[in-house]
Design a protein around this ligand. Structure first.
Ligand SMILES: Nc1ncnc2c1ncn2[C@@H]1O[C@H](COP(=O)(O)OP(=O)(O)OP(=O)(O)O)[C@@H](O)[C@H]1O
Ligand SMILES: [Mg+2]
Length: 248
């Protein structure tokens, strides 16, 4: 049988900022339908990695292949098209404070849908995305009127509206209380189930990792240092892996 092909492949990626060598020959593969968790200490390069994957940051060397395309070879339009398939949830949510929830959700459609498509389908798409995150009633509210957990959900709804095939979550539960965090974890699982999306989830929240992760990678010293199920990593005796779990 032919081995399953990854939908995202990161190959020997390097990225430095001046003297700060953040990613050192980092590699990973993401497969269809799985939730891959990336664990790493603060400042280890998790956000840099995810930003390289959506090309907000240009790596110094290495390759990133998404759906069989080397993203460094794509022009602006091709990259934009790819971004519709690769949803990204920012660590900071990045909602537009001066726009209502509805306007925030409509925003990505401006870029990816024609005027006719928007007139025909935007309303239904906004309603469905809000329903997916359980916040239909907030449609006319401003971000300032929402709690932290609600904002995270709205940011997720804005990511979902384009029906991405992959979602990259940067610390989806950090800064939320444990109950709200749990709700976000459940939401990520229900989205994985409903849309069959794959996801890369950056986290250092143990509940998040346990609940959502099918596979875990530890980013240590800029490398894919250890990889396996959460339980396998917990049993790993390597001092740096142990050090990480004990430091949590
Ligand atoms: N645009 C940038 N310019 C210069 N240095 C940067 C830039 N972005 C990130 N860095 C540096 O790269 C390193 C990794 O940062 P990154 O944001 O990826 O950490 P992280 O693992 O996401 O941490 P956290 O868990 O706190 O979010 C840090 O030393 C940071 O200062
Ligand atoms: Mg980060």
């Amino acid at each position: 049988m032919e081995a399953e092909k990854p939908i995202i492949e990161v190959k020997v990626l390097n990225k430095s900022f001046g003297e700060n060598h953040v990613l050192r020959d980092f590699s990973l593969s993401l497969f269809q339908g799985e939730n891959l968790v990336i664990l790493g200490k603060s400042g280890s390069g998790k956000s840099v990695l995810i930003k390289c994957i959506i090309r907000l940051i240009e790596p110094d060397s290495g390759e990133i292949i998404i759906f069989d395309q080397d993203i460094s070879e794509l022009d602006q339009d091709e990259m934009d098209m790819l971004r519709a398939d690769v949803g990204f949830l920012f660590q900071s949510n990045a909602l537009y404070d001066s726009m209502t929830v509805r306007q925030n959700l409509e925003f990505p459609l401006r870029r990816h849908w024609t005027k006719e498509e928007r007139e025909e389908k935007a309303e239904a798409a906004v309603l469905e995305a809000l329903e997916d995150v359980g916040l239909s009633h907030t449609i006319d509210m401003m971000p300032a009127e929402l709690s932290g957990g609600m904002r995270k959900r709205i940011a997720l709804a804005r990511t979902l509206i384009l029906k991405p095939k992959v979602i990259l979550y940067d610390e989806p539960t950090t800064g939320l209380d444990p109950i709200t965090g749990r709700e976000i974890n459940e939401l990520m699982l229900s989205i994985q189930k409903k849309y069959k999306t794959a996801a890369i989830i950056i986290s250092h929240d143990m509940n998040c990792i346990r609940m959502t992760g099918n596979r875990v990678i530890m980013l240590i010293d800029g490398k894919n240092y250890a990889e396996g199920s959460f339980d396998e990593l917990l049993k790993n005796t390597d001092p740096k892996v142990r050090d990480f779990f004990e430091g949590l």
